[in-house]
Design a protein around this ligand. Structure first.
Ligand code: CAA
Length: 391
C-alpha cells in the first residue's frame, strides 16, 4: 500500500518548522541575503526549539527523528530561507558518518557535543581539485603510532568558519584510488587547523562557506570513522541519507517561488485583467505547481525507503536531480511572472532564483545525480538490494 498520510507527530513537527520559518526566518531573510550575514541568532533559536540535529538518537541527546520527518522540517526551512535552512541543517551532513561509522565513545563525545550546546560540525570532502571526482582528493592522513597526521585543504565547507569539529576525508593509501580513503573526526581547536577563505556567493548568502586547511594536524587513531580505507563508501552512504533532505529544502524554495508568483499574478493587471487570467501565465503556474508536487513525492519516497532500512541510492538521486533542477526552473519562472520587477532586488523572487542555483551544485551536481541514475538503471546489479523505484 502507498500511503501519504502523515502521523500527528509529523504534522506537529511540520507546523513547528512552518511557524519558525514564518516568524524567525522570513522577516530577516532578505536583509541577511543583502548583507551576507551568517544567521547566528536564528540558528540559536532553531537549536532551542529542536529544529537542529534532528537525526541524532535520543541516547546522545537528540530527538532521533525519522528521515521523512527531517524532510518535512527541511521543506519548511527551505521555504523560509534556503540559505539559513542550509546553515541549520548542515550538522546532519557532518554527523551522519559518525552515526554510521563512529565507535560508541566517538558518538557519545561528538554527537552529544552538538545536542548539549548549540555547536556546529562540518563535512569536509570537497577539495579544489576534487569535487565530483571524490577519489581525486589529495589530503592525506598518515598513521604514526597511535595517531594520524592530516595534511591538506578542503573547500566549499558549509558552516566551516563556525564548526567545532569536522568530518574529514583523507587518503590513507595514496595509490589505491577510492579504496584508499578514510574518514576522521577532527576537532577545530587542534594545532594546524585553520579557517581560510570565506566565499562571497551568488546565492544562499546567509550560509557560511569556507576553506579549511589542515597542516600536520595530529589526531588520535580512535577518531577514525569505520574501517581504514572505507571512507569513500562512508561518504556515499552519507550522501544517500542527506540528499532527500537537501531535495526537500529545494522543494520548499520552489514552493515559496510558486506562492509569490501566484500572489503577484492575481494582483498585477495587464490588458485590463489580472495576469493570472491569461493562459500564458496559467500554464506557467500549472507547470510550477506540478514540479513542486512531484519534487515532494520523490523526496518522501526516498526518505521513506531510509526509514524502512532500505537502500535508496537511486531514489535519492532521482529526488536530488529533479528537485534541484525544478527549483531552478520554478524560481526562474517566478521571475518571469513578475516581469521586469522580478529582476529588481526590491521584489522577493530574484533572491530565490539566486538561491536555487546551489541545489544543482552541492551534495552532488545534477550531472552527478544523472550519472548515478544512469548507472543504477543500466546496471541494477550494482545495488546491494534491488532498486525500489519500480512502484
Ligand atoms: N553506497 C555504498 N557504496 C557505494 C555507493 C553508495 N551509494 N556508491 C558507490 N559505492 C561503492 C561502489 O559499490 C564501489 O564499491 P567497490 O569498491 O566495492 O567496487 C565504490 O563505492 C566506488 O564506486 P564508483 O565506482 O561508483 O565510484 P566513482 O569514483 O565512479 O564515483 C560518484 C561515483 C557517484 C561520481 C561519486 O564520486 C559522487 O557521488 N561524487 C559526487 C560527490 C559529491 O556529492 N560531493 C558533494 C560534497 S558535499 C557538499 O556539497 C556539502 C557542502 O557542505 C556544500
Amino acid at each position: 500500500m502507498v500511503d501519504f498520510t502523515l502521523t500527528d507527530e509529523q504534522k506537529d513537527l511540520r507546523e513547528l518548522a512552518r511557524d519558525f520559518a514564518t516568524k524567525e526566518m522570513r522577516p530577516v531573510a532578505w536583509e541577511y541575503d543583502r548583507e551576507s550575514t551568517w544567521p547566528a541568532d536564528v540558528m540559536q533559536k532553531a537549536w532551542e526549539v529542536g529544529l537542529m540535529n534532528t537525526h541524532i538518537p535520543e541516547e546522545y541527546g537528540g530527538p532521533g527523528l525519522d528521515y521523512l520527518s527531517g524532510c518535512l522540517i527541511e521543506e519548511e526551512l527551505g521555504w523560509g530561507c534556503s540559505g539559513m535552512g542550509t546553515s541549520i541543517s548542515c550538522n546532519g551532513l557532518a554527523m551522519t558518518p559518525v552515526l554510521i561509522g563512529g565507535s560508541e565513545d566517538t558518538k557519545k563525545k561528538y554527537l552529544s557535543m552538538l545536542t548539549e550546546e548549540p555547536k556546529l560540525a562540518s563535512f569536509c570532502l570537497t577539495e579544489p581539485g576534487a569535487g565530483s571526482d571524490v577519489s581525486g582528493m589529495r589530503t592525506t592522513a598518515t598513521k604514526i603510532g597511535d595517531k594520524y597526521v592530516i595534511n591538506g585543504s578542503k573547500c566549499f565547507i558549509t558552516n566551516g568558519s563556525h564548526a567545532s569539529w569536522y568530518t574529514v576525508y583523507a587518503k590513507t593509501d595514496k595509490d589505491a584510488g577510492h579504496k584508499g580513503i578514510s574518514a576522521f573526526v577532527v576537532p577545530r581547536d587542534l594545532d594546524g587547523v585553520t579557517v581560510d577563505k570565506k566565499e562571497d556567493k551568488l546565492g544562499q548568502r546567509a550560509s557560511n562557506t569556507a576553506t579549511i586547511s589542515f597542516n600536520d594536524v595530529e589526531i588520535p587513531a580512535e577518531n577514525l570513522l569505520g574501517e581504514e580505507n572505507q571512507g569513500f563508501k562512508l561518504a556515499m552512504m552519507t550522501l544517500d541519507r542527506t540528499r532527500p533532505g537537501v531535495s526537500a529544502s529545494a522543494t520548499g524554495l520552489a514552493r515559496a517561488a510558486l506562492e509569490f508568483a501566484t500572489g503577484y499574478a492575481k494582483e498585477r493587471v495587464q490588458f485590463g485583467v489580472p495576469i493570472a487570467m491569461h493562459q500564458a501565465i496559467q500554464f506557467m503556474i500549472a507547470d510550477m505547481a506540478t514540479k513542486v508536487h512531484a519534487s515532494r513525492l520523490l523526496v518522501w519516497q526516498s526518505a521513506s525507503l531510509l526509514d524502512q532500512g532500505r537502500r535508496n541510492t537511486l531514489e535519492s538521486s532521482h529526488a536530488k536531480r529533479f528537485a534541484a533542477d525544478s527549483a531552478m526552473e520554478v524560481t526562474t519562472d517566478a521571475v518571469q511572472v513578475y516581469g521586469g520587477y522580478g529582476f529588481i532586488r526590491e521584489y522577493p523572487v530574484e533572491k530565490l532564483m539566486r538561491d536555487a542555483k546551489i541545489f544543482q551544485l552541492y551534495e552532488g551536481t545534477s550531472q552527478i545525480q544523472r550519472l548515478v541514475i544512469a548507472r543504477e538503471t543500466l546496471m541494477p546489479s550494482r545495488a546491494v538490494e534491488p532498486a525500489a523505484a519500480t512502484v
